[in-house]
Design a protein around this ligand. Structure first.
Ligand code: S3P
Length: 175
């Protein structure tokens, strides 16, 4: 079945947007899906860092979150190819981004329990919005209904990377 997707990929594949909270595994899963399906992978945060020439943390601290959200929106709209796209956790905050992704591709929500999320991201200095647990808890609950506006939802809490990828591929094949 995976073979079918690979062979027919150029005809059938749409851009796949991976969405989910920080630490839900978007970057890792995007790379693995790209390897298995032989599709290009694009990391939106990486493309912003490359274009701006400074880190995400520095963008937040020098120009602020509102500015970052504009860069993120722009990056989403200027993707040049059909790809597996790993988005930043806050992409869903703008309704226009949610609409864009739902209209232009397949939106896959990588869900994960909050305790596991916190274990993965605590102490990570590169994530400006994940410094305090109370902020993370609040954001997680605020955003969950936004992430649920998706085509495919997978709870990755107890899944390995391979199991998550297989699960996504199975769902993609169902059409
Ligand atoms: C953010 C998530 C980060 C990054 C930025 C803001 C968020 O990406 O875009 O720090 O608002 O959740 P990851 O989800 O890859 O950590």
């Amino acid at each position: 079945m995976v073979q079918n997707i690979r062979q027919e990929g150029s005809v059938r594949m749409k851009t796949i947007y991976l969405i989910g909270f920080m630490g839900s595994g978007k970057t890792t899963i995007a790379r693995e899906l790209s390897r298995v399906l032989r599709y290009p992978v694009i990391d939106l945060d990486e493309s912003i860092v490359k274009k701006e020439g400074i880190s995400i943390s520095d963008i937040f601290s020098t120009k602020g979150e509102v500015y970052f959200r504009e860069l993120e929106k722009e990056a989403l709209r200027t993707l040049e190819q059909t790809a597996i796209v790993s988005t930043g956790g806050g992409i869903v905050v703008k309704e226009e981004n949610r609409e864009w992704m739902l209209k232009n591709g397949i939106v896959v929500f990588l869900d994960c329990e909050l305790d596991e999320i916190w274990n993965r991201i605590k102490g990570d200095e590169s994530r400006p919005l994940a410094k305090r647990k109370e902020d993370v808890v609040k954001l997680y609950h605020e955003r969950k209904p936004l992430y649920q506006q998706c085509h495919i939802q997978v709870d990755t809490t107890n899944l390995t990377m391979n199991q998550t990828c297989n699960c996504i591929i199975n769902e993609l094949e169902k059409g």
